[in-house]
Design a protein around this ligand. Structure first.
Ligand SMILES: O=C(O)COP(=O)(O)O
Ligand SMILES: [Mg+2]
Length: 222
């Protein structure tokens, strides 16, 4: 079966969003009277959604989880405000992303976003990055009851786009993306330039050092 649709992760795959996530996380820490953290440490906290990022960043500890304490809820509100004020101060699409997405879209492929970022950030971020119009489906971390690495977001995409698992390619930079693709039974491309370096990454079907290599992989399929 040939590929008819793509599901793209957002942070670390389409956009290099760490500087603005780190800026908002550090601003929330400053509001709480805490010292600033290195961007690289905050990068290691990204991937399991905003609540998790805020809990880890406030505790400066990867094993922290969001339990809804008053302090965490306050920090989440502060983070939201700071991040929405500066979604694209430094955030940029990676090289080749805009052209490749437009080319795929023009060729008639169906495109989806499957991110663990909440909807309140995903929609404005895609718009600010100028790629809000190419996606047929956008699944954020709070769109469905379950998020990546669960299969549900990809199953939802397949249903919406009326494609089967072997017609869909997930493209992502983290373990969660690969596990979600495996759980849903679809192929997966791992982009090695993203934020997955600190994790042990399960084997993907293809590894891309640059986003535009996706077109070479696609041409080699038929
Ligand atoms: O915001 C996150 O936790 C990660 O987002 P992603 O799924 O687009 O990488
Ligand atoms: Mg990612």
């Amino acid at each position: 079966m040939s590929i008819k649709a793509f599901a793209f992760d957002l942070d670390g795959t389409l956009a290099d969003s760490i500087p603005d996530l780190a800026h908002a996380a550090n601003a929330a820490r400053r509001d709480a009277g805490l010292a600033q953290l290195e961007e690289a440490l905050i990068e290691s906290f990204v991937g399991d959604g905003t609540e998790s990022l805020v809990a880890r960043a406030m505790a400066a500890d990867m094993s922290a989880s969001f339990t809804g304490t008053a302090a965490q809820t306050e920090a989440l509100g502060r983070f939201d405000q700071h991040y929405l004020e500066g979604l694209t101060l430094k955030t940029k699409l990676y090289h080749g992303v805009a052209n490749t997405l437009n080319e795929l879209h023009d060729c008639g492929y169906r495109l989806a976003i499957v991110t663990n970022k909440p909807e309140r950030f995903t929609q404005p971020l895609l718009k600010e990055l100028g790629i809000g119009n190419v996606f047929d489906v956008i699944v954020s971390g709070d769109t469905l009851p379950n998020r990546k690495p669960h299969a549900e977001p990809l199953q939802y995409v397949m249903e919406k786009l009326a494609v089967s698992a072997d017609e869909l390619l997930m493209v992502g930079d983290s373990k969660n993306d690969i596990l979600a693709a495996r759980a849903a039974g679809c192929k997966v491309a791992y982009v090695s330039y993203g934020y997955g370096a600190a994790e042990s990454i399960p084997e993907a079907d293809v590894t891309l050092a640059r986003f535009e290599e996706l077109m070479n992989w696609l041409e080699a399929q038929d």
